[in-house]
Structures are given as structure tokens and as C-alpha cells.
Design a protein around this ligand. Structure first.
Ligand SMILES: Nc1ncnc2c1ncn2[C@@H]1O[C@H](COP(=O)(O)OP(=O)(O)OP(=O)(O)O)[C@@H](O)[C@H]1O
Ligand SMILES: [Mg+2]
Length: 450
């Protein structure tokens, strides 16, 4: 009979200790230990048995990109890297009520193969109610309201679906363990069990995970290491837009984002995000410029807003939303030194409108123009798009994917686009948009301000 004892496990890295520790000696995370029951290690003292496993030559392994199973929701497939890879485990995290179950249910109904939806949070009838609201009706959609892992595994073997959805991993438990569902040990063991089966049968598993108050996926950090793909479903509660973002992807880029809009009858794809991000722009206000950022393979036009106010006391405030704070500090120093703008005693607030986070240097020039516009109280020409990286010498440096960005600006009817001088050579063909090359921030600001 196996005995159990308590141990303390770090939720960040899985480090085990016999007593509670304030800081993990392994990963140095604070306050990350929680008490767990663990079974006595039966594996200790085991001698090496003669095994029959055999390594395979890489060239003998067959795998093809075409094996991917499409969810037939373009925004979802693109974030996944082109569809679901057989044998892979996808973890989707997100705030309560953001629409995780809705997203996977809509995807499940569009998948052509057999899908098993395991719900540990709602009853079959509640799921049916949602399915009716979303008008989900598919022959290949199987439901199981279950939380005990053995039953899930049994159903997976019996039914042999191509895709299994576990909603959510925190509600699942293994009865051999004395821990409560949702504890680190349970989450880890349930995932390990399901993964073992999925890797051998090539079934795809989509796990839904809760998110803690800090915005991390609840459960051990190791969970994010063992799964193949980690997706975050985010959005503002008061906005209907939802963004699906890859944090980790073994089978695709992590730069792609999927944009959705939540309606009464479910999520709809937003295939023209630029129009949405620019829809609420006020053409008459100072400090607002339009730039283009590449999100994966797609250029997205968005508004950069800046507000510069005089600071009456002490240290001026600098606040950046959706933009790196340190990068803002650098750009302010460049503007002060190279463009002669007096910013050292001004409060500067910067906002990427629409709640997006941008970490691309191509938006630097737009940030500089918005700040200059607000400081000088002069409007930016409303039909201009501004792109370019800004160097410490105040020079405007070249950026990638210039053609795509110009095309997007052209498509949305902009009159002109300001681009780095060095990119000008590579712009081909006749355009319906005026292209203005600039080589330093001084000339960019002079060109763009009214
Ligand atoms: N009857 C309804 N009409 C309109 N929208 C609804 C309706 N019911 C739910 N919704 C929308 O769906 C959202 C909940 O979706 P869903 O249950 O998929 O979220 P979830 O992320 O799975 O939540 P949980 O963390 O509780 O499992 C709600 O926040 C709301 O926006
Ligand atoms: Mg749910």
C-alpha cells in the first residue's frame, strides 16, 4: 500500500520541499509554495529492467503539414500556425466569462472530424443550452459531463475522437490521489495521463485553463512547459472585442493574433482589424497619429495617442499603455536632444488605442510625432500614416515588410504614408498613395504637423 505525506510544491517550477518556504531556491519566485499531498515514491530503488524500446531514424518518421486538422475558423487556425497538429496539446487560458467555452465549442462544431467535449464545469443540459444559442449542430460532436480522469480516458479510447476538449483542466481529478481537484498535483497528473494517451494515439487535446488574479494560467508553470501550445484569450469585459494570442507554440509563430467580436449568438471573426482600431479616431484632436504594426503576417493600422501636459511639481509623470515604458523614455530623450522639444519637465501619457500591446520598433516614429503634436498643440495631418524606427541619433531607420504596410494604408484610403528613406528604394510599382521618405525625426515632425 502506498502511503501519502505532505510536501510543499512551487507553483512556478514544481520544486518540492518538506517545509514551506517564502522564496523558491530553484526559480526564486516569492510566495509560490502550496501544500500538497504526495504519494511515497514507489519508483525509488527500482533497478533498471531490460527494456524493449527502440529509437527510430528521423528519416523513417512520416509527418506532414497537411495532417493538421482545421478548426475552420480562420482567426483560430492562423494563431495555431495553420490548424491543430495531431498528437498536440493546446492550453487555452483566459479570464472568467471571457468566452473560452464559446470559442472551443464553435471551433468543435466546425471541425470535420469526431470531437469529444468533456465538461467538468457545466451539465450536459447547460452545454446544450449554449450550443442552441450558438446554433451549433454537428453530427460529430460528442458530449461528456465528467470530472474523473479514468472515465475520460476510457471514453477517449472507446469513442476514439480526433479532438478532445477538456473544459477545464482544473475540474479534473484522478481518484488515486487524495488531493482536491485544482491542486498542483492533480493538474499535473491529469495532464500527464491525458498527454501519454494523446501522444500515442495522435489525438489532439485542447485544455481550458483558469487564470489567476495576476493573469497567469492557474496551476503549475510546468504545465505551460509540457503542453505544445499556450493560447491566451483576452479582452476587456466592457468591450466586445476578444484577442487570441499565442504565448508559446511549438508548431507555429507566436506573433499571430486572432481577433473576434462577441455577439449574442457567439463569436464572429474580425478579418479587417485596422478598420476597427481606427473607427473611434477623432481627426480633430492633437497627439493622435496612425501607424502600422505587423502582427505576425498581417499589418494592422492603429492609432497612437499622446498627451503632454506641463508638470508643476517634482518628477514629471510618464505613463505608457500598450507600449514599452523604457522605449518611451528613450524616445523622449531623443526628442529632447535631437528635435529640440522641451519634454524634461512635462508629463507624458502614451496610449495604443484599442487595448493592443505593441513591441515593434516600427511604431517609434508615430510615437514621436504624437508627442510632438500634443506638446506643440498642432494637429497631425489626418490622412497620414507614419512608420519608422527611431535611432538614438534622431535618425529614422529602415523597417521590415514595407510593401505590406503600404498596401494596408492604401486599402484603407489614406492619402500619404511617411516611411524611412532607406526603405524608399525597395518600394515597387505605382501606388495610389503618396509616399514621403524621411531620414530624421526633425523632418518627419515638420512634414506631418499641420
Ligand atoms: N445569453 C447570452 N446572450 C449574450 N451573450 C451571452 C449570453 N450568455 C453568455 N454570453 C456571453 O458569453 C460569455 C461567456 O462565455 P463562456 O461561457 O464561453 O466564457 P468562459 O470563458 O468559458 O467562462 P468560464 O470561465 O466561466 O468558463 C459572457 O461573458 C457573455 O459575453
Ligand atoms: Mg467555460
Amino acid at each position: 500500500m502506498s502511503k501519502t505525506k505532505t510536501k510543499f510544491i512551487c507553483s512556478e517550477c514544481g520544486y518540492e520541499s518538506l517545509r514551506w518556504l517564502g522564496r523558491c531556491p530553484e526559480c526564486e519566485a516569492w510566495n509560490s509554495f502550496s501544500e500538497e499531498l504526495v504519494e511515497d515514491d514507489k519508483l525509488k530503488n527500482r533497478s533498471l529492467k531490460k527494456q524493449t524500446v527502440k529509437a527510430t531514424q528521423l528519416k523513417d518518421i512520416v509527418s506532414a503539414e497537411e495532417d493538421r486538422i482545421k478548426t475552420n475558423i480562420d482567426e483560430f487556425d492562423r494563431v495555431l500556425g495553420g490548424g491543430l497538429m495531431p498528437g498536440s496539446i493546446v492550453l487555452i487560458g483566459g479570464d472568467p466569462g471571457i468566452g473560452k467555452s464559446t470559442l472551443v465549442m464553435q471551433a468543435a462544431s466546425k471541425i470535420k472530424d469526431k470531437v469529444l467535449y468533456v465538461t467538468g464545469e457545466e451539465s450536459n443540459r447547460q452545454v446544450k443550452l449554449r450550443a442552441s444559442r450558438l446554433k451549433v449542430d454537428s453530427e460529430n460532436f460528442y458530449m461528456l459531463a465528467e470530472t474523473e480522469m479514468d472515465n475520460v480516458i476510457y471514453t477517449m479510447q472507446e469513442l476514439n475522437p480526433s479532438v478532445v476538449i477538456i473544459d477545464s483542466i482544473q475540474t479534473m481529478y484522478r481518484s488515486e490521489l487524495d488531493n482536491a481537484p485544482g491542486t498542483i498535483t492533480q493538474i499535473r497528473e491529469c495532464t500527464a495521463q491525458i498527454m501519454q494517451l494523446a501522444k500515442s494515439t495522435h489525438q489532439i487535446v485542447i485544455l481550458i485553463g483558469h487564470v489567476t488574479k495576476e493573469g497567469m494560467i492557474a496551476g503549475p508553470k510546468v504545465l505551460e512547459h509540457v503542453v505544445d501550445t499556450v493560447l491566451q484569450f483576452e479582452g476587456e469585459r466592457n468591450h466586445s472585442y476578444r484577442i487570441l494570442r499565442a504565448q508559446k507554440n511549438r508548431f507555429g509563430s507566436t506573433n499571430e493574433i486572432g481577433i473576434f467580436e462577441m455577439h449574442d449568438n457567439g463569436l464572429t471573426e474580425v478579418s479587417n482589424p485596422s478598420e476597427i482600431f481606427l473607427s473611434e479616431r477623432d481627426h480633430q484632436s492633437t497627439g493622435s497619429s496612425v501607424t502600422s504594426s505587423m502582427e505576425g503576417t498581417r499589418p494592422i493600422l492603429l492609432e497612437v495617442q499622446a498627451l503632454v501636459t506641463p508638470s508643476n511639481f517634482g518628477n514629471p509623470q510618464r505613463v505608457a499603455t500598450g507600449f514599452d515604458y523604457r522605449r518611451l523614455s528613450i524616445l523622449l530623450a531623443v526628442l529632447e536632444k535631437r528635435a529640440g522639444l522641451k519634454l524634461s519637465s512635462a508629463n507624458v501619457f502614451l496610449n495604443m488605442a484599442g487595448g493592443v500591446k505593441i513591441d515593434e520598433p516600427a511604431v517609434d516614429l508615430a510615437v514621436c510625432c504624437s508627442i510632438a503634436s500634443s506638446l506643440l498643440d498642432r494637429n497631425i495631418k489626418s490622412n497620414y500614416v507614419v512608420i519608422g524606427e527611431v535611432g538614438l541619433g534622431g535618425e529614422v531607420r529602415s523597417i521590415g515588410q514595407i510593401e505590406k504596410r503600404i498596401q494596408e494604408a492604401e486599402k484603407l484610403g489614406f492619402e500619404a504614408i511617411i516611411i524611412p528613406k532607406n526603405n524608399f528604394k525597395s518600394v515597387q510599382g505605382k501606388k495610389n498613395i503618396k509616399i514621403v521618405p524621411v531620414d530624421n525625426i526633425h523632418s518627419a515632425i515638420n512634414t506631418v504637423l499641420q
